[in-house]
Design a protein around this ligand. Structure first.
Ligand SMILES: NC(=O)c1ccc[n+]([C@@H]2O[C@H](COP(=O)([O-])OP(=O)(O)OC[C@H]3O[C@@H](n4cnc5c(N)ncnc54)[C@H](O)[C@@H]3O)[C@@H](O)[C@H]2O)c1
Ligand SMILES: CC(C)[C@H](C(=O)O)[C@@H](O)C(=O)O
Ligand SMILES: [Mg+2]
Length: 359
């Protein structure tokens, strides 16, 4: 039976890493007879340039019609000064929200070959395997009212609203409890319940749900401490569940424990497990077009897509094994390069993956 994957390359390094992810998927598609068919769509800056809006109706319609979406990255300085309602990022947020992709899984796993590339000492990170479960369609990212207004004294004020309702908290907490049950049995809920009412409710609901998961050891931590603990002793964590903004920040910090943001994939799932798969990093304008981007976060996102949305576990395993193999062989893009290793470009990393999958 055929499966339809929507490819959205995006901006900056998005197209460069998408090419390599597609090369890998093409081989896997053949080897495992997956019947994947592709469609393509525009999002972000590329969509603004072509259509005037960051999320064209056609893209949303295609996204709703496919089995899974594989996405690169959007944004860049070219679109930084346009009307804030049509910025590239609005396109991505609109797609996440339009598809109700509330459950964002960001696994921070250290490949043992990259222990030297981690920002932390090898002994602090060896064996690291954390899952950050980030709420993706609510919180301060979407809360209304929001805007920039002029006050009576003529001064302008920017404002946003941080809120979470019970349904939103319960559904993301359920994703996290279920994940913790299948993994190491530990869940840490990260909030700012000492200050923010929205997270007082968050903590109360998560605590209440714990009675349905006696096998999961639940703890709570304030986000400032969590940021510190992540870089002090990250292996104390198994699954972290948190809101949209905190999850955004903590996952970039966690990325550096694995060696680079170029190593962190993600899955964004709806209530039926249908999803969009994308690296956690952005369009990296500082290195775009130079062959320096690490394609592995996107390749690993493709593996997550096979595992979670396309029911192709063996194919996902094969990609992850190939990533391990090219790292064993010493191939390193600049972001993960350490002394004695083979410095390669984005496409040479793709070549190495192709060789690992076919030889
Ligand atoms: N999901 C997304 O599409 C997404 C995510 C984050 C940021 N953005 C957008 O990307 C643009 C740039 O944002 P930023 O600079 O804050 O974050 P960024 O993640 O694009 O880059 C941060 C740093 O990490 C490096 N980096 C990122 N990905 C890399 C990779 N695969 N290989 C090697 N190095 C990599 C970059 O070179 C840069 O030095 C902004 O417009 C932002 O809104 C998009
Ligand atoms: C580009 C931006 C809207 C996005 C976010 O904040 O969610 C990004 O930083 C991410 O982590 O996916
Ligand atoms: Mg981010």
């Amino acid at each position: 039976m055929s499966k339809k994957v929507l490819l959205i390359a995006g901006d900056g390094i998005g197209p460069e890493i998408s090419v390599e992810a597609k090369r890998v998927l093409d081989i896997i598609n053949q080897q495992f007879d997956l019947g994947i068919e592709y469609d393509e769509a525009l999002l972000g800056g590329a969509a603004i340039d072509a259509t005037g809006v960051p999320l064209p109706d056609e893209t949303l319609a295609k996204a709703k019609a496919c089995d899974a979406i594989l996405f690169g990255a959007i944004g860049g300085p070219k679109w930084d000064n346009i009307d804030r309602d049509i910025r590239p990022e609005k396109g991505l947020l609109g797609l996440r929200s339009g598809l109700e992709l509330f459950g964002n899984l960001r696994p921070a796993i250290l490949y043992p070959q990259l222990a030297d590339a981690s920002s932390l000492k090898p002994e602090v990170v060896s064996g690291l395997d954390i899952l950050i479960v980030r709420e993706l369609t609510g919180g301060i990212y979407f809360g209304e009212p929001r805007g920039i207004r002029t006050l009576e004294n003529g001064e302008r004020e920017g404002y946003n609203t941080y809120k979470y309702n019970e349904t939103e908290i319960r559904r993301i907490a359920k994703v996290a409890f279920e994940a913790a049950k299948k993994r190491g049995g530990k869940l840490c809920s990260v909030d700012k319940a000492n200050v923010l009412e929205a997270t007082v409710l968050w903590r109360e609901i998560v605590q209440d749900m714990a009675k349905d998961y006696p096998e999961v050891e639940l703890s709570h931590m304030y986000v400032d401490n969590a940021a510190m603990q992540l870089v002090r002793a990250p292996k104390q964590f198994d699954v972290i569940v948190t809101g949209n903004l905190f999850g955004d920040i903590l996952s970039d910090a966690a990325a550096m424990l694995t060696g680079s943001i170029g190593m962190l994939p993600s899955a964004s799932l709806d209530k039926n497990g249908r999803g969009m798969y994308e690296p956690c990093h952005g369009s990296a304008p500082d290195i775009a077009g130079q062959g320096k981007a690490n394609p592995l976060a996107m390749v690993l996102s493709a593996a997550m897509m096979l595992r979670y949305s396309l029911n192709a576990t063996a194919a996902a395993d094969a990609i992850e094994v190939a990533v391990g193999k090219v790292l064993d062989q010493g191939y390193r893009t600049p972001d993960i390069h350490t002394e004695g290793m083979k410095l390669v470009s984005t496409s040479e990393m793709g070549d190495a993956l192709v060789a690992a999958l076919t030889e």
